[in-house]
Design a protein around this ligand. Structure first.
Ligand SMILES: NC(=O)c1ccc[n+]([C@@H]2O[C@H](COP(=O)([O-])OP(=O)(O)OC[C@H]3O[C@@H](n4cnc5c(N)ncnc54)[C@H](OP(=O)(O)O)[C@@H]3O)[C@@H](O)[C@H]2O)c1
Length: 240
């Protein structure tokens, strides 16, 4: 973000704030009163809790139920926005993988998966299939997506990626070396594209397995990189 501000000649800087979950409300109340604060970028584990502390939400943040950027208006009003899903799709597009008309299997039903699910449907995927360890959470996310996109093909399935064009790991699996695979990687075949949300390590076991089976791979970093401009523009009030 700081490199982005510098490149644009903006008199702005972003600094990290480490806030415990039990202190979040108090921290936000204090930040609300800082007159030289334009906005806040929010990350784990606060994205859902902070949504309830905002005075208003963008449509995307309301649908996803989580906020990753807050714009502070001069009167202290806090507006929450959500850009994870848009960043993910923008990253795929920049890498030459269009999502419109494609069949997508997404592993995960947490915060990141929720944002990605709404963004994939907004960008016109032909079908979205969700697989999650806790099936109830997958069903609940599928129902929220159907409520907004009643004509879309949205289903809940097992870990077999057969029949899909793009397979997304939207779980936190891969952060640790001994994590299980998010889906059945033995059934990945070209020309499937395997895409990640996990950024560390840069090449996860899921991506390694997909590459070994001849599939194209897409790491987790572009999802964040593509959000820099979106977050800065939202906070500056240039975009919703
Ligand atoms: N690249 C980016 O810009 C970006 C942005 C946002 C998030 N992320 C990354 O996305 C990942 C997920 O974040 P989140 O906010 O969605 O977390 P979350 O809300 O806690 O969801 C975690 C997801 O992972 C699944 N999971 C966790 N441990 C599992 C296990 N041992 N076996 C099977 N499934 C497991 C959970 O399944 P259950 O429902 O069964 O628990 C759930 O679907 C994190 O690694 C985060 O760093 C990346």
């Amino acid at each position: 973000m700081n490199a982005y501000f510098s490149a644009l000649g903006r008199d702005a800087v972003i600094v990290p704030c480490h806030v415990a979950a039990e202190d979040l409300e108090e921290a936000i109340m204090g930040l609300r009163r800082m007159r030289n604060l334009d906005g806040i970028i929010v990350t784990v584990p606060h994205k859902e809790a902070v949504a309830t502390l905002c005075d208003s939400l963008t449509e995307e943040a309301r649908l996803v139920g989580a906020v990753n950027a807050i714009r502070r208006h001069p009167d202290g009003h806090l507006k929450g926005g959500q850009f994870d899903g848009e960043g993910f799709v923008a990253g795929l597009h920049k890498a030459g993988h269009s999502v419109a008309g494609r069949r997508v299997l997404m592993a995960g039903a947490g915060g990141a998966a929720s944002g990605i699910g709404f963004a994939l449907l907004r960008h016109g995927v032909a079908a979205l299939t969700i697989y999650n360890r806790t099936a109830d959470r997958a069903e609940a996310l599928a129902q929220r997506l159907r409520d907004t996109y009643p004509a879309a093909s949205i289903s809940v399935t097992g870990p077999d990626p057969s029949g899909h064009d793009i397979v997304v790991n939207a779980t936190s699996l891969g952060l640790r070396q001994d994590d299980p695979m998010p889906i059945d990687t033995q059934r990945l075949v070209p020309p499937m594209v395997a895409a990640e949300v996990v950024m560390q390590p840069e090449v996860t076991p899921f991506l390694t397995a997909a590459a070994q089976r001849g599939c194209a791979t897409h790491g987790g970093y572009p999802m964040l990189a593509e959000q820099v401009a979106l977050l800065a523009q939202f906070i500056a009030g240039e975009a919703d």
